[in-house]
Write a protein that binds this ligand. Structure first.
Ligand SMILES: Cc1cc2nc3c(=O)[nH]c(=O)nc-3n(C[C@H](O)[C@H](O)[C@H](O)COP(=O)(O)OP(=O)(O)OC[C@H]3O[C@@H](n4cnc5c(N)ncnc54)[C@H](O)[C@@H]3O)c2cc1C
Length: 481
């Protein structure tokens, strides 16, 4: 979310440092608090509970809607971090009660079971049990989201609600039974955390809703561009300011009188900022997008954005490789249109891959661009092509080498957008071809898991360092008390 006042957009290492420092804060406050002496396992249990509660709350601001927090990361990194952080939190949440009874279990397993049953059933611990249950249900419904018979919007609403229940009940649990949290600075810290989370939800779903209504946009025209693919020209109403964006970014869109942020969908801007308004290229994929072709001209639209780092402005380059697969062509088209609008002189190599030739969108415009830019164009179709400039099949290492021919890999930036498996394959092929990892930028349209590229795995390894630091922090807390 863009604030009216400019905030610094932090990079990954800066965010990781702030994240870890903030996680230590409740433990430092706990150290300053007086409490009856405990076993080391109990101190570790308390530390895990505090880190888990803090971490659950922080997820509300690291989920990609606050530009100052995640604006420089891009949606792929944000989602990768969100998923990994949830694994650490789930481990901490589960170990929290177990570590409390572990010393008892070592001496008397039967007594440990009695203690555990007491924790699970005694009313004084109820808010903690609800928090743990809400969090675990939230994790399970996310892991198995594709198998749930719910619309995506219902899952999103449940996800938000369970997250709120987990944090607010967790805060109540800390007040009610926390050895360090019942009073003093730590109690205030949890109060502040609860209020902050409620404020974040109010901003994301209240203030944003109000803004979507205060600043309406309108569907000026809608054009069929390919099989089940539509281009929407959306223009701001007279009192609505244009948004300032870079080609390749995306917006969250809602339509109709309600325009609830809970029901918004992300779409890349297939346009150049030099043109007023926005163009979106939308493929029919599910309940919302399959109705897009029926939207009447003049329909009121809500636009929130821009977001994302899938831009040439964020990644300097002497030469540009653009690769789009299916509707992943949308941001690629936006970047290409912007290069044309600016009369960019850099070499541009563009590959556009589809399943069937009728899925190609804006072919005439693409072909015309070869006359306006230093552009070489490859059109790949898995089904037999219908035109002489189309190639049968997929992108292969040999075809990528052909695209790279004459370019310096270290100063060329590749932007890839498309289905997950294609993005992974192409990203790995470019690495094999000698392109540095930092020059390979991609965006996927689906947050679900699936194949992971070498770059994804390298990113996960870097993020694992944060998880390892949590182990050090918990151990340090247990042994320093
Ligand atoms: C950064 C980004 C940019 C995108 N740009 C484009 C684009 O330019 N053109 C285009 O056609 N599609 C784009 N998409 C995909 C598009 O958002 C989904 O196809 C659309 O939201 C599906 O909604 P639905 O109700 O029709 O389908 P559903 O059947 O509800 O969902 C199909 C799948 O789309 C995803 N999805 C659905 N709703 C959302 C949501 N609110 N937020 C995130 N993911 C959701 C889920 O993975 C879901 O499984 C983009 C996605 C992302 C993340």
């Amino acid at each position: 979310m863009n604030t009216p006042f400019p905030l610094p957009r932090l990079n990954g290492p800066a965010l990781a440092s702030i994240y870890l420092l903030a996680a230590i804060l409740p433990l430092l406050l706990a150290r300053a608090q007086s409490a009856a002496p405990m076993d080391r396992w109990e101190y570790a249990a308390a530390a895990m509970g505090m880190i888990a509660l803090w971490g659950m709350a922080v997820q509300f601001v690291t989920s990609g809607r606050f530009e100052a927090v995640s604006g420089r990361l891009g949606i792929d990194k944000i989602m990768a971090f969100h998923k990994l952080a949830v694994v650490w939190l789930a481990v901490a949440v589960l170990l929290h009660p177990l570590a409390y009874v572990f010393p008892t279990w070592l001496q008397d397993p039967e007594l440990a079971w009695i203690r555990m049953r007491f924790y699970l059933t005694d009313p004084v611990y109820r808010s903690g049990v609800i928090s743990l249950a809400a969090f675990m249900v939230m994790v399970a419904t996310s892991v198995f989201r594709d198998r749930l018979p719910w619309p995506y919007e219902a899952w999103r609403a449940v996800h938000l609600l369970l997250g709120l229940v987990a944090v607010l009940c967790g805060v109540h649990h800390a007040w009610a039974v926390g050895r360090f949290s019942a009073e003093g600075a730590l109690a205030w810290f949890w109060n502040f955390l609860a209020i902050a989370v409620i404020l974040v939800v109010l901003v994301l779903h209240g203030w944003r809703w109000w803004r979507l209504h205060r600043r309406p946009w309108r569907l000026k025209s809608i054009t069929k561009r390919a099989d089940r693919m539509w281009e929407l020209d959306i223009q701001p109403d007279a009192d609505t300011p244009q948004i300032s964006y870079h080609a390749g970014q995306f917006v969250w869109m809602t339509e109709g009188t309600g325009r609830l942020p809970l029901f918004d969908h992300p779409f890349s801007i297939a346009d150049s900022p030099s043109r007023d308004g926005l163009s979106l290229l939308i493929k029919e994929a599910g309940d919302f997008t399959s109705q897009i072709g029926n939207l009447p001209e003049g329909r009121v639209i809500g636009i929130d954005g821009p977001y994302g780092e899938f831009t040439l402005e964020a990644h300097t380059a002497d030469a540009v490789i653009l690769i789009g697969g299916g509707v992943g062509f949308a941001p690629i088209l936006g970047i290409l249109r912007d290069l044309v609008a600016r009369g960019d002189t850099r070499p541009v190599r563009l590959a556009y891959a589809v399943g069937q030739p009728q899925n190609f969108a804006c072919l005439d415009e693409l072909r015309a661009a070869t006359g306006k830019l230093d552009l070489q164009l490859w059109l790949f179709s898995e089904d037999p092509p219908v035109d002489s400039d189309m190639t049968h099949g997929r992108l292969t290492p040999a075809r990528l080498s052909e695209m790279l021919n004459g370019l310096t890999a270290s100063t060329t930036t590749a932007l890839i957008c498309g289905p997950g498996p294609m993005v992974v394959a192409v990203s790995d092929m470019l690495l094999e071809a000698g392109m540095p990892m930092r020059n390979i930028i991609y965006e996927r349209f689906d947050y679900a898991g699936g194949a992971r590229s070498r770059q994804d795995r390298a990113r996960t390894r870097r993020m694992l360092g944060i998880g390892a630091t949590f182990i050090v922090i918990v151990t340090g807390f247990a042994f320093s008390m």
